[in-house]
Design a protein around this ligand. Structure first.
Ligand SMILES: [Zn+2]
Ligand SMILES: [Zn+2]
Length: 307
């Protein structure tokens, strides 16, 4: 009995500590990171939204990530508050619903949805099943009355793909398979701003089932070769290059812990990760460890295994 009470006190403290470390989170806030570039922090806990970045060009705006339909509308409203220019391009960093299911909302506004070719391939791999499951659970997706996710209207295979005008250059990069086969990054070389999608998150938001845990650190290393001052992640608050390094270290530790468990024949889900990567440790840890262990046992990326 006493132990149960103690545990419950401990659990409450843990929860408090968890939210305390997230106190810098500011869902639905919009801040100008450098002149003409705004970071909108999505409400992941209540709405499941991703973050968005709004980039002002000479005559139009580029928005990073389509978000879910309700997130798309919120991001569009905020874009219209910071600039009178129309949204011309929306870049899907990857195929997940919280980044791409709002595509139809943006194209209806006249925007062109854009992605690395791997995003369209992932949609072919996983849809229409995920869309149809999500449409039953999310009102904003169901209300679109579509049978499947709208793929990006334009795709590119050569990295980087560049959009530029007299005011700014925006590069769209593919660095390899981390979170999904299609992970795209948006990079502003002059301003040293990098939008990472979910390949790098600031907090415990790494869904690894479609991913490649073993290759993830290499993708971060490729991103780290860019000159970066501002990192705008797919989820969690914005920050600097420490997000890339922390994300890399978390994947290295996850892989290491899973490998040790596989070698010792113990349950990988019981493995512990060091405190140095605690910013990325959360409720998904057990499933992340399981995916990493399967990847090691079956010698295939988690995303290529049945899931
Ligand atoms: Zn996401
Ligand atoms: Zn994702």
């Amino acid at each position: 009995m006493k132990r149960a009470i103690l545990f419950s006190v401990f659990a409450t403290l843990l929860t408090a500590a968890f939210f305390a470390t997230r106190s810098e989170a500011q869902p639905n806030s919009v801040k100008e990171v450098v002149p003409g570039v705004w970071f909108r922090e999505g409400d992941i806990l209540k709405e499941g939204h991703c973050n968005n970045t709004i980039i002002e060009m000479k005559d139009y705006l580029i928005v990073i990530d389509a978000n879910f339909p309700s997130g798309a509308r919120a991001a569009l409203a905020d874009a219209q508050k910071v600039s009178k220019k129309p949204v011309k391009y929306v870049f899907d960093t990857h195929h997940h619903g919280d980044h791409a299911y709002g595509n139809a909302v943006w194209t209806k506004q006249g925007a062109i949805t854009l992605a690395y070719a791997g995003v369209a391939e992932e949609l072919k791999r996983y849809e229409p099943k995920r869309w149809q499951d999500t449409a039953k659970q999310r009102k904003d997706v169901g209300e679109l009355n579509l049978s499947t996710a709208e793929p990006p209207k334009e795709t590119f295979t050569k990295s980087p793909h560049v959009i530029s005008d007299t005011t700014r250059r925006v590069e769209f990069h593919f660095f390899g398979w981390a979170h999904t086969h299609g992970d795209g990054f948006a990079y502003l070389p002059k301003e040293q701003v990098l939008c990472t999608g979910d390949a790098a998150t600031n907090g415990p938001y790494n869904f690894v089932a479609d991913g490649n845990v073993g290759n993830w650190p290499k993708v971060m290393e490729n991103a780290q070769k860019l000159k970066v001052k501002y990192v705008l992640p797919g989820h969690g608050p914005n920050g600097g290059p420490e997000i890339l390094e922390g994300q890399k270290q978390f994947m290295i530790e996850l892989h290491k812990a899973a490998q040790a468990a596989v070698k010792a024949g113990t349950n990988p889900e019981d493995a512990k990760l060091p405190d140095s990567v605690k910013n990325w440790i959360g409720p998904q840890l057990k499933s992340q460890l399981k995916s990493a262990a399967e990847e090691i046992k079956q010698k295939k990326p988690a995303g290529d295994l049945p899931h």
